[in-house]
Design a protein around this ligand. Structure first.
Ligand code: ATR
Length: 289
């Protein structure tokens, strides 16, 4: 338990449900490692109560908060100002109160890119195969384009959603995105391949499933999965067996939190501490969903 004083500043996470969130243990460990007089608390907030929660947090002087399902889209409409990342993805996962004004940011995509950078994986000018076209794919796609990715090939079960995401990303940078059918996506794994799974396929309890059957990954290829339960999905296991570099879903989770913490406190986030706590929590809950 962190020590709480009259001076302690408050951060938090809102969600519905929020009880599965990994952020409280991860952020409180980070705040303790930095020696900061802050506490990070979970708040169960129903969708209809979101405007009241935002006003209550503002009135009570919270420094900021994270948002998870189902609030990320609605929050964008409620904040006073939003970063480019939040506007482009249409979501807010981090709010920072600055002089009473609520600034909305989205650290999911930047966190994903930061996770790649921390692992020494270059994004600039690189061709990417993006599996999925939901909210996570949108956040990651927007940030990859901002990071100067080469060509983005999107494959999704529902083709119309892939078309929609490609149109959005092409609006950000003309010609960057194209769509390929999921059935033939394995053929799109070319030289210098960077394959990113943003779908939930492979997640507990359906761990015997993979979003595509990898046949080959060229030397120097990297396969990334945002699923973190299990840490090594069927897709990542296959990629490892084929000799590819693999990055699991823990990295995005750690780095989206680290970027939020940096925004709120101005401190360099202790990424190693955050990863260690997250891995310990994941191990405790392994298989539990
Ligand atoms: P998130 O916010 O986590 O991205 P989402 O917006 O619901 O969640 O998106 C889930 C993604 O996983 C989508 O790309 C979805 O494909 P559809 O657009 O066809 O729904 C994909 N997905 C989920 N279950 C799937 C399955 N069994 N097979 C293939 N794709 C699946």
């Amino acid at each position: 338990m962190p020590e709480i004083w009259g001076t302690t500043r408050v951060l938090g996470v809102i969600g519905h449900p929020v009880r599965h969130s990994f952020s409280p243990p991860m952020q409180n460990a980070a705040l303790a490692a930095l020696g900061l007089d802050y506490v990070y608390v979970p708040f169960e907030v129903l969708p209809a109560a979101l405007p009241a929660a935002l006003e209550g947090f503002r009135a009570a002087g919270l420094v900021g908060f994270n948002a998870t399902i189902p609030h990320k889209e609605a929050l964008l409409e409620l904040v006073d100002d939003a970063t480019d990342e939040a506007r482009l993805t249409g979501t807010v996962n981090t709010v920072h109160f600055v002089d009473g004004r609520a600034l909305g940011d989205s650290t999911d995509g930047p966190g994903f890119v930061a996770g790649l950078a921390a692992a020494g994986v270059e994004v600039a000018d690189r061709p990417v195969l993006l599996l999925g076209a939901g909210g996570s794919a949108r956040a990651i796609g927007v940030s990859l384009v901002r990071a100067g990715v080469g060509r983005l090939t999107i494959a999704n079960r529902t083709a119309a959603r892939a078309d929609e995401l490609a149109a959005r990303l092409n609006g950000q940078r003309a010609g960057v995105a194209e769509v390929t059918p999921l059935e033939s996506a394995a053929d799109a794994v070319g030289e210098e391949a960077l394959v990113i799974n943003t779908t939930s396929v492979g997640m507990h309890p359906r761990t015997d499933a993979a979003p595509l059957e990898l046949r080959r990954v060229p030397e120097g290829g990297t396969v990334v999965d945002i699923v973190y339960n299990p840490l090594e999905t069927k897709l990542l296991r296959r990629a490892r067996e084929l000799g590819a570099r693999t990055i699991n879903g823990c990295e995005m989770l750690v780095h989206q939190g680290a970027l939020a913490l940096a925004r709120w406190t101005g401190c360099e986030p202790p990424v190693a501490v955050m990863r260690e706590v997250l891995l310990a929590e994941l191990a405790k809950r392994a298989g539990g969903g």
